[in-house]
Write a protein that binds this ligand. Sequence first.
Ligand SMILES: NC(=O)c1ccc[n+]([C@@H]2O[C@H](COP(=O)([O-])OP(=O)(O)OC[C@H]3O[C@@H](n4cnc5c(N)ncnc54)[C@H](O)[C@@H]3O)[C@@H](O)[C@H]2O)c1
Length: 277
Amino acid sequence: MGSSEGKVAFISGVARGQGRSHAVRLATQGADIIGVDICADIASINYPLATREELDETVALVEATGRRMLGTVADVRDFDQVRTAIDTGVAEFGRLDIVCANAGIAPMSFEQAPIEQELAQWGDVIGVNLSGAFHVTRAAIPHLIAGGRGGAIVLTSSTAGLVGMGSVEGGGLGYAASKHGIVGIMRVLANILAPHSIRVNTVHPTAVNTMMAVNPAMMDWVQNHPESGGPHLMNPMPVALVEPEDISAAVAFLASDEARYITGVTLPVDAGFCNKL
Ligand SMILES: NC(=O)c1ccc[n+]([C@@H]2O[C@H](COP(=O)([O-])OP(=O)(O)OC[C@H]3O[C@@H](n4cnc5c(N)ncnc54)[C@H](O)[C@@H]3O)[C@@H](O)[C@H]2O)c1
């Protein structure tokens, strides 16, 4: 029996990368999964987002563990889409216990890019990463409270949500602002939801081996920002990129009863990155 046996987890950005890994990990431990992904590109973002085929593959991977998954195409910027996906999933599976606000984008722009592109990137990164996290928590919390069994919310921030790392342009600065903002959401909700035994924490990954970190636009950005890239992006531990499963292990712990009195915590999974600064 896994530590999530009989529970139901909601995950945003579930089609690939860390979201898919969280889904498979929690399903392996016994949870059914409600998941959403945009399954479309966003014009201002210079790398591809997930596809419908990738979402279907995640559903197949979860079902291969013997658990159920409801995977829906939804944009976390749209509250009604998020709420409908969560309400539908809870109606089908009967409860909600774990919430992972994981969907995110990292738009990288350059000094020579037109200001219109930067402004669009700022709006999109705040919309997806910060407003998206709010929409997920706002739609999920009534179900967690109604269940009367407590619960766990894990919000995915970043090392960029703990230290001053980014760029002057709208994309990189907006990413850092959004990831710091997620900590604000977490701290307030942790206090408000504690009487319900609903715990709220953030995870802060260093660079992870997913499309977000491993794409040509990101490589160009690192090269064009020697003040932020190069040695400054290196982890003290001998690993350049951690794997999605490394973040899933932390998420699974925070979501489990093993962490039943851990709330309001910012947990880096960063191979020592933040500690060196
Ligand atoms: N990869 C890294 O180096 C890294 C480091 C620190 C934090 N993070 C954070 O981890 C989280 C997961 O990212 P990842 O590394 O798996 O990257 P990823 O790009 O592989 O996955 C992100 C997923 O979110 C989905 N998504 C994007 N916008 C969406 C929207 N509006 N609505 C619904 N779904 C949307 C994408 O389609 C994709 O499936 C993000 O919040 C990211 O900011 C990533």
